[in-house]
Design a protein around this ligand. Structure first.
Ligand code: MN3
Length: 202
C-alpha cells in the first residue's frame, strides 16, 4: 500500500489571515503531494515498502537521500497540518502545560525558544517541539526535511509540534519576514492535538 496525501483537516482558507489560502493550496496540493509521490517511488520494490513512515524514519540509512528527503517531507507536513486549526492559538492546559513549565520554566520561555529555533534555522528547515520517553520536552531546529525521528538528528525525541520555515511555507504572504510568520503561527497552533501527541508518545 503506497503512502497517500492526507486530507487537510480544514478548508484551504481556514487559517487566513495567518496563513493564506494560496499558500495552503500550493503547499498541500503541490509540495506535500510531491514528497508523497517521490517517497513512493523511492521505496517501491525495496524492503521499506509496507512499513510505517515512523518505522522507516527511525531506521533510516541517512545516505539514502531519496527516502530521507521525501520520507521526511511526507512525515513533517502530515504533522504540520494536524497541529494547526482555525480554532487554535492560546496556551495548552493540563499535563502538557505542566511539562512545558517543567522543561522550559514557563510558556513564555518555551515560546521564545521555539520561535528562536524557527527564526534562526539557516535556509530551509523546521522547528520542532519533541517529547522524550521520560515526558520531558525539547526544542530543536532541523535542516531541509530532517526530523528528530531520524538517527542522530536534532534532540532525538518524538516531534509533537512542527513549524515549516521553508520559504514556500510563507513567502507569498510574508516575503522575507519570517519572524512575522513565526509569530502568526502561534495564533493557529492546535494545542489539543499537540497534547494528544504528547500523551501518546511519552
Ligand atoms: Mn513545506
Amino acid at each position: 500500500m503506497a503512502f497517500e496525501l492526507p486530507k487537510l483537516p480544514y478548508a484551504h482558507n481556514a487559517l487566513a489571515p495567518h496563513i493564506d489560502e494560496q499558500t495552503m493550496q500550493i503547499h498541500h496540493g503541490k509540495h506535500h503531494q510531491g514528497y508523497t509521490n517521490k517517497l513512493n517511488a523511492a521505496i517501491e520494490g525495496t524492503d521499506l515498502e509496507g512499513k510505517t513512515i515512523e518505522n522507516i524514519l527511525m531506521n533510516l540509512d541517512m545516505e539514502n537521500k531519496g527516502v530521507r528527503n521525501n520520507g521526511g517531507g511526507f512525515y513533517n507536513h502530515s504533522l504540520f497540518w494536524e497541529v494547526m486549526s482555525p480554532d487554535g492559538g492560546g496556551e495548552p492546559t493540563g499535563e502538557l502545560m505542566a511539562a512545558i513549565n517543567s522543561s522550559f520554566n514557563s510558556f513564555a520561555d518555551f515560546k521564545e525558544k521555539f520561535s528562536t529555533a524557527a527564526k534562526t534555522q539557516f535556509g530551509s528547515g523546521w522547528a520542532f517541539l519533541c517529547v522524550h520517553k521520560d515526558g520531558s520536552l525539547d526544542v530543536c531546529g532541523c535542516p531541509n526535511q530532517d526530523n528528530p525521528l531520524m538517527p542522530g538528528v536534532g534532540c532525538g525525541g518524538t516531534p509533537i509540534l512542527g513549524l515549516d520555515v521553508w520559504e514556500h511555507a510563507y513567502y507569498l504572504n510574508y516575503q522575507n519576514r519570517r519572524p512575522d510568520y513565526v509569530s502568526a503561527f502561534f495564533n493557529v497552533i492546535n494545542w489539543e492535538e499537540v497534547s494528544a501527541r504528547f500523551a501518546n508518545n511519552k
